[in-house]
Design a protein around this ligand. Structure first.
Ligand SMILES: *[C@@H]1O[C@H](CO)[C@@H](O)[C@H](O)[C@H]1NC(C)=O
Ligand SMILES: *[C@@H]1O[C@H](CO)[C@@H](O)[C@H](O)[C@H]1NC(C)=O
Ligand SMILES: *[C@@H]1O[C@H](CO)[C@@H](O)[C@H](O)[C@H]1NC(C)=O
Ligand SMILES: *[C@@H]1O[C@H](CO)[C@@H](O)[C@H](O)[C@H]1NC(C)=O
Length: 485
């Protein structure tokens, strides 16, 4: 081995996430070799942020690979998409069998699936690693979700688990599963983040418009919630946002245009849930709510012509409402996570991943945006019963929903009465009531399909046999049987 091989890992991409991960690895005693396509960035980094550390630099991909100990580990933190493929192509000629490429960007899981297969075919190992926690997390402890070639994990584990956030004394990083599992789990994490944020926004609107509370008062309510079962990073920052005044002493949040942007990971989760036939309704509503918010001009015009309650205030006991709203948020959150884990279970079947659900809950418990006390309860549920059908069957969550549902139903019906949209809170309740129904009206749906399309149906008293009924008593079939619904 060349004496030049000094570094434990190489990292490509010196934007803020990349720089912070390098500094984090350095803090934990690993020697990192840094590279950026614009090589002046490497020198600048070494002379500034990395000054006085053990970090080394490279001015070419070839030099980077030469400076790495075997098996070589090269981590990419570059823009998702074609840049990842281009870098992989440029690194591969400088690698040998058993070397590892890690993609730490926000890649879409089908790309990770493909790249894992392509690189494994060349005798290399590939890992798609979800990284959450933003800049701060990257620097002091992110949540890391690595998946791909399992043989890569033993060499990565000491580095990744050292730099990851810790929850209950354990690293928020563990092996997720094969091929695209790491990026899939990161995608679902982001989808759940969309859902959590949407529910919080609904609570905010109910408190602001339905109860007439000031932003300062709403901040106090979130502060109280943050001390109980809703304790989480997102509730905490919402409290701080409510309390943040602009230079004129008015709450800054009230001055922000109400159209939400999105980068696509929530949408990917919703699309995957449709592909897989899993009712991940809350995340779906959260994505659509952002879409609806983006129709600002159209909404302004509609607000002038469409009838409905406007500016109505809740007339009852406001303290009681706030208590109930806390229950509604908690219940909707349980449903959202139960749906998210249902999706993971189906994806594991579809893609043959061995997912460790308790481990995933632990990876999300610290470091990342959805970190919360609640994820500890999810971890416990999976530790008790790793094969549990749904979180809703876990005694803890079953009981929690039983307790919370008085408030949940109250808030949902009040929102409807007051004309305040609460799509996440209400869709969660509809899902819950549907999930606990042994009989849904889909019998009628099957009858309709058979009536107009001769799609056939099963009888309750003769399952497994498909029959068609001559519903009209007229000659011939009513419509073409090629019409699919
Ligand atoms: C190089 O560094 C810049 C920031 O200084 C970053 O925006 C860019 O993504 C990096 N690119 C690559 C390919 O290394
Ligand atoms: C923000 O302004 C409100 C009055 O509009 C005031 O009650 C509150 O204390 C201010 N908050 C902070 C953090 O200064
Ligand atoms: C449906 O029933 C009517 C009346 O009995 C009959 O004339 C017709 O042939 C039937 N159609 C089919 C497709 O069996
Ligand atoms: C009506 O539809 C059934 C079911 O698809 C089919 O078996 C039958 O041959 C059709 N009858 C006629 C008259 O087209």
């Amino acid at each position: 081995m060349s004496t030049e091989a000094v570094a434990d890992i190489g990292l490509i991409g010196l934007a803020v996430m990349g720089q912070n991960l390098i500094l984090n690895m350095n803090d934990h005693g690993f020697v990192v070799c840094a590279f950026n396509r614009t090589v002046s960035k490497v020198d600048h980094f070494l002379e500034n942020e990395a000054k006085g550390t053990n970090i080394v630099g490279a001015h070419s991909v070839e030099e980077l690979c030469r400076k790495l100990k075997r098996p070589r580990k090269v981590m990419l933190l570059v823009k998702a998409g074609s840049a990842v493929d281009a870098f992989i192509d440029s690194i591969v000629p400088h690698l040998e069998k058993g070397d590892i490429i890690i993609d730490g960007g926000n890649s879409h899981f089908p790309d990770t699936l493909r790249r894992t297969k392509e690189l494994e075919a060349k005798g290399l190992l590939f890992v798609g690693c979800g990284v959450s926690g933003g800049e701060e997390g990257a620097r002091y402890g992110p949540s890391l979700m690595p998946g791909g070639s399992p043989a890569a994990w033993p060499s990565l584990k000491p580095i990744f688990q050292a730099i990851a956030a810790k929850a209950d004394g354990q690293p928020c990083c563990d092996w997720v599963g094969e091929t695209g599992a790491g990026h899939y789990v990161k995608m679902v994490h982001n989808g759940i983040e969309y859902g959590d944020m949407q529910m919080i926004c609904e609570a905010y609107q109910l408190l602001r418009d339905g109860l007439g509370y000031s932003h300062d008062e709403i901040g106090d309510i979130f502060d109280t919630w943050n001390k109980g079962e809703l304790n989480s990073f997102l509730i905490e920052i919402t409290r701080d946002i409510m309390k943040f005044n602009d230079t004129d002493g008015q709450p800054l949040v009230a001055k922000i245009l109400d159209t939400a942007g999105q980068k696509g990971t929530g949408k990917w989760t919703a699309i995957s849930s449709l592909d897989m036939g899993v009712p991940v309704t809350l995340i779906g509503e959260a994505v659509y709510s952002r879409c609806l918010s983006a129709l600002k001009d159209e909404r302004v015009r509609a607000s002038k012509v469409l009838d409905g309650p406007v500016g109505q205030k809740f007339q009852g006991d406001k303290k009681q409402f706030v208590y109930y709203l806390g229950q509604a948020l908690y219940a909707a959150k349980i449903i959202s996570y139960a749906q998210g884990f249902m999706l993971l279970r189906e994806a594991a079947k579809e893609y043959q991943w061995n997912l460790n659900y308790g481990g995933i809950a632990l990876m999300w418990k610290g470091g990342c945006i959805i970190r919360s006390a609640f994820l500890g309860d999810i971890k416990n549920a999976y530790v008790k019963d790793p094969k549990i059908e749904s979180l809703l069957f876990d005694p803890f969550f079953k009981e929690a929903l039983s307790t919370a549902q008085t408030g949940w139903r109250f808030v949902a019906s009040q929102a409807v009465q007051l004309g305040i949209p609460a799509p996440a809170i209400t869709t969660a309740l509809s899902f819950y009531d549907g999930y606990r129904s042994s009989h849904l009206p889909a019998n009628l749906l099957q009858a309709q399909r058979d009536y107009f399309g001769a799609h056939t149906y099963e009888r309750l008293d003769n399952r497994g046999t498909y029959v068609h009924t001559n519903w009209t008593g007229r000659g011939g079939n009513v419509s073409s049987s090629t019409y699919e619904v």
